[in-house]
Design a binder for this molecule. Structure first.
Ligand SMILES: [Zn+2]
Length: 315
């Protein structure tokens, strides 16, 4: 039997393709190995700042992270993240700084994950999502949640230690559920968030609450946002979503009711669409095709059965 997970696995979601990077977690506390990796001439370094990195086009039309050898990078060990090594033994570090470096060549430009996640190859996208997730966590966890003292970076960016009480704090990942709900007629439930532009519809989503399983979370969120009750919940795929620290868990869920009552708080409108209705709504411009790197577009596409119409990121 072909599952939704199998169908989704045909081509990896953005930010989830095998990157070829070994995170080499055993080296994070090995100061001698880290120092050797940093000073090796093949080592590559890039700056991460506010979720952005520098990207550039190669002569053959690919987009890459702008990296430098470590000897060109300022030695700011306080904010140096070790990201791992590739198949050739090249080590990668990210430096968290308060600004991106200026570039002599003007083709390089800053980009966040939503843009770069589309453009970069698997290795660079994997490095970037790791660095951005660490940066977001580091920036928001400067003080000890146990005693309030200022914490210090450790383990090459993967731990923060409290010098006062000795607590060790690890990067947080907050599980969030995102689900395409279908009914007995195989229609899909799509909603529009309050702050979205007219015509933009997507899957429902929400955070897993304390003391909840992810299946319970799917059912609660759908009920809260749309009034629809959900029975069967089938896992499809996950996606790192460091905006700032989520892990998106994607599902196809089966509705056991069809009467929509939106919460009017998060969701302003929700509708059932058959494939023909959604196709016609795309054609007329009534509904904007989803775009972006989010798993939401893939969940809709899996149900839709063919690629969704393309839409430019500016439209
Ligand atoms: Zn403390």
């Amino acid at each position: 039997m072909t599952t939704w997970t199998d169908r989704c696995a045909d081509h990896p979601l953005p930010l989830t393709a095998p990157s070829g990077i070994d995170r080499a977690a055993h080296l994070r506390l090995d100061e001698a190995s880290l120092a050797a990796a940093w000073s090796h001439p093949s080592t590559r370094v890039f700056v991460v700042c506010g979720g952005q990195v520098l990207i550039d086009e190669t002569p053959d039309g690919r987009t890459e992270l702008v990296t430098t050898p470590s000897f060109e990078a300022p030695l700011t060990e306080a904010h140096r993240y070790f990201l791992g090594t590739d198949e050739d033994g090249v080590s990668y570090f990210a430096l968290q700084k308060d600004s991106l470096p200026g570039r002599m060549d003007q083709s390089a430009r800053p980009a966040g994950l939503r843009e770069a996640g589309h453009l970069l190859g698997p290795r660079d996208a994997g490095l970037m999502v790791h660095a951005v997730a660490l940066e977001n966590w580091q920036r928001m966890h400067r003080f000890c949640s146990r005693c309030g003292e200022r914490t210090v970076i450790a383990a090459a960016g993967h731990i923060r230690r409290c010098p006062a009480c000795g607590a060790e704090h690890y990067p947080r990942t907050d599980p969030a559920v995102i689900m395409l709900v279908t009914d007995d007629e195989d229609r899909a439930l799509l909603g529009r968030q309050m702050h979205w532009p007219e015509g933009r519809f997507s899957t429902l989503a929400g955070f897993v609450e304390p003391g909840e399983s992810i299946e319970q979370s799917v059912r609660r969120e759908v009920r809260e946002e749309s009034g629809i009750t959900v029975g069967e919940v089938e896992y499809v795929a996950s996606q790192p979503w460091p905006f700032p620290s989520s892990l998106m868990l994607g599902f196809i869920a089966r509705a056991t009711s069809t009467g929509i009552v939106v919460d009017g708080d998060e969701i302003s409108e929700a509708r059932w669409f058959s494939r023909d209705e959604l196709s016609a709504a795309f054609d007329s411009g009534e509904v904007l095709p989803p775009y972006g790197i989010s798993i939401a577009a893939r969940l809709i596409e899996l149900w839709y059965g063919k690629p969704l119409p393309k839409q430019g990121p500016g439209s």
